[in-house]
Ligand binder design. Structure first.
Ligand SMILES: C[S@@+](CC[C@H](N)C(=O)[O-])C[C@H]1O[C@@H](n2cnc3c(N)ncnc32)[C@H](O)[C@@H]1O
Length: 251
């Protein structure tokens, strides 16, 4: 079977996601634990686990974590890393977000962090999340969010230039509406700003592409500048992205 754009893109860079600072150290990890209060008999499903950071964060608190993804190289990294960390309750398996290979009503918590902007169908993903959650169980979602209108379109175009598998980051309001439509009742919502180091974010590219990405950050209108907040910092260059975090319950 030929690889999808996502599998191509993430297959090449799988190891870097295990060590990537915004993924491994992001503030949203500790917020997810504080907000969901995981219990030691819980079965947890982490969708699009990437380098596995949500799985490693929940594993010490719960009975079982399924770390799932469509990129085999990511799953291989997560299996090895979980073993290295002594997390014997982490299992890995292939799972497409829009067609989860799990039974109805089988998880106490489903998590998904910094991934839905790659999904072909977020409504189909949310329908699957609802299906596999036990009644009354929680969905913990984190994804990059953008402002509405042309500024959001610009941020998405900027991200897509660096990573063609980035389809579209949604606005906070789009998430509110989609969760409601999927009958997942939002109990908590917050936004977390994260500072991105340009040199590591763009490290996989040659100088021409780096210059183009940097120009997209600096030669911009005031409203884009306010959103991305580009800055020179200690010999590097930084900009800002925003994560939306939602905790929702299957009624
Ligand atoms: C940025 S990484 C995820 C980061 C990770 N969740 C974390 O918190 O560090 C995005 C992941 O989404 C996966 N992915 C993209 N589309 C997917 C889909 N439709 N179903 C499942 N996984 C998908 C990719 O293979 C990749 O591993």
């Amino acid at each position: 079977m030929s690889k999808t754009l996502v599998q191509e893109q993430f297959g090449k860079t799988a190891a870097s996601y295990v060590t990537s600072k915004p993924h491994a150290k992001g503030k949203s990890l500790e917020r997810l634990v504080a907000l969901t209060q995981p219990q030691n008999d819980w079965r947890v499903l982490d969708v699009a686990t990437g380098g596995g950071h949500v799985a490693y964060t929940f594993a010490p608190h719960v009975a079982r974590v399924w770390a799932t993804d469509i990129t085999q190289e990511m799953l291989d990294q997560v299996k090895a890393e979980a073993h290295k960390r002594g997390l014997a309750n982490v299992r890995t398996t292939y799972a497409k977000a829009e067609a989860l290979p799990f039974e109805d009503d089988s998880f106490d918590l489903v998590s998904c962090r910094i991934a839905p902007h790659h999904f072909e169908s977020i409504p189909q993903f949310l329908s699957e999340v609802r299906r596999v959650l036990k009644p009354g169980a929680l969905f913990a979602l984190v994804d990059n969010v953008v402002p509405a209108g042309s500024v959001g379109d610009y941020v998405n175009a900027f991200e897509r230039l660096r990573d063609p598998s980035h389809l579209r980051a949604w606005t906070i309001q789009e998430w509110r509406d989609a969760l409601k439509a999927a009958k997942l009742a939002t109990e908590h919502e917050e936004q977390i700003y994260k500072t991105m180091e340009f040199s590591s974010w763009a490290q996989r590219y040659d100088d021409t592409m780096k210059a183009l990405l940097r120009a997209m950050l600096t030669q911009v209108t005031p409203d884009v500048k306010e959103t991305l907040d580009p800055k020179d910092a200690n010999g590097d260059f930084t900009f800002r992205l925003c994560e939306g975090l939602f905790i929702a319950r299957k009624a």
